[in-house]
Design a binder for this molecule. Sequence first.
Ligand SMILES: Nc1ncnc2c1ncn2[C@@H]1O[C@H](COP(=O)(O)OP(=O)(O)OP(=O)(O)O)[C@@H](O)[C@H]1O
Length: 608
Amino acid sequence: MSLADTTAATSSRQPDAGSPAPRRHGPWWFPWAVALGVTVLATGLAFALPDYWLLIATSVLVAMMSLLGLGIVTGTAGMIALCQLSFAAVGGWVMDLLMTQTALPELLGGAAFVVAMLVGATAASLLGLIVGLPALRLRGVNLAVVTLGVAAALDMTLQKVSFPDQWTNERVQRPFGIPGAEDLSGNRSYFLFVAGVVIIVALGVFYLQRSRWGAGWRMVAFSERGTASTGTSVTSAKLSAFMVSAFIGGIAGSLMVGQITTANYITFQTLNSLGLYVLSMAVGAHLIEMAFFGGILFVLIPEILKQFNIPLEWASIIYAVLGIQALTTKSSMGNDLRRMILAWQRKRGLNSIESTLVSLEPVGAPVPAASDNVLLEVKDLRVEFGAVVALSDVTMQLHEGEILGLIGPNGAGKSTFVDSLTGFLPHHTGSVTLDGVELDSLAPHKIARAGLRRTFQQDRVPSTMTVGAYARFVGGKEVDEDLIDEVLAFFGCPGTQAPLQMVDVGTRRLIEVAANIAAGPKLLLLDEPAAGLSHEEHVAFADRLRAVPERFGVSLLIIEHDLDLVRSVCSNLVVLNFGQVLATGRQEDVLANPEVLKAYMGETEMVS
Ligand SMILES: Nc1ncnc2c1ncn2[C@@H]1O[C@H](COP(=O)(O)OP(=O)(O)OP(=O)(O)O)[C@@H](O)[C@H]1O
């Protein structure tokens, strides 16, 4: 499409034809209805089960609590933690200390248990913070070794120090009983108390998973770079996952101590933490219902072995088989189940979600003209990878309201340029300023917050969220929800309720562009945004991009190999070659420059 083909811009912010359905939030009462149902069920079980099975049921709930915590680090945030029972041990130890060695029970009566439990969980979350620190730099096997080391060290310490109740042979008093129950501190009321705590924590996890924190955990599991480029600190996301996980682990430890009213280091041994990790991976403990199922397995496998007089050590072999299955298939029972439901829905033609970009009425905006205000100023940018000079003395400007194209042959330094500007290559020299603010010394998430955002060549949109959750996360705390709907509709993206799992990769990249525009940056860098789009989608996408600066107030820097798109949307171009600026200026002039023709494409293709 040439300049002559374009018509006047429409700058009004009217909703487009083909808008997604109005935003609907899931029924708010659903989790509360489930919680009520579980409460009724637990109350029924408390009065129906014999004493021995009440103890077993309590153990299931406590194991579920441990798995709920572990699921946050392993399933949601995608890290490895082999010391979940160390957090439980710290929680249990502190509660044991407060309940048997201090005047807390006399002072607070039945409520002392709850206070001690919360103090213990807080202490465990501090250990979570310490364990999380290495996770900022380590991944995979290295992180596994560190967390295993923590578990082993705590194991040995507990063997030496022992639990406080054993110093004086006192027992931990269980919490206040349930009114009307006969045995106010007995197994029935304790089961009900534990069930209540589990329901509260499960509700907390449910809402956390859907909060900004939860979205950060999911993002960090999928892509740390993607997370940072949305303005979220990877450090905070990882540490908060470890701290919340450890807090819940600490509560589980307190409940374990309350169950047996005394404590022993054997309960919290490293081997048990390993078993819990394997189970968490095998069932997919980031899903609340699967954490419950995992709790049943964790308690029932040894119980069944006991019933058949099989040595309990065989339980480890069963966990090992489950672990091998989960690690080799890189999936969990929960995820498999969800995938099966999805495949079944697809077979029935339900929920297939596609972009409506090509069916949108063209906006017909002209290629935007740049204003006189310099928005981005890059001076003498230089990046070296050992002996390779990837960028050398790159100097360029981008003006407010402009769509600037950055082109160059393979290996010219385009990705290195984008990475340096957005903080992912901190060791560059030279200077980068955005709207007068120096960006050089800032971390990637701070650069994003300063108003310079980017999208990626590779898919950085996690399939574990809905379109709306992702867009709200990318948009930041202050994002206008109506603007999210508007930008999604503007690019023909699915509505906010659509699960990203149902959306193809090309449409996901459109959603990434839309969400970043809704975030309202001053400048958005699009790294090969049209890759993976069909010809018709290219044309429609270019039409929409041209309207972005005026309609949404976002300037664009587009890195693209596709010269049709560049011709169609960019007023000015910068050409990189061997890490240096080969040409810069008006698009028509640059594309006619013989040096550019020679270096970039070969004359025949450019002239045609
Ligand atoms: N991490 C790295 N270590 C060493 N050399 C690198 C590294 N990253 C990039 N380079 C080199 O720097 C130069 C510029 O690479 P860059 O990826 O920025 O080019 P590009 O223009 O984005 O290429 P493409 O269009 O193929 O994506 C190339 O010579 C590349 O081999």
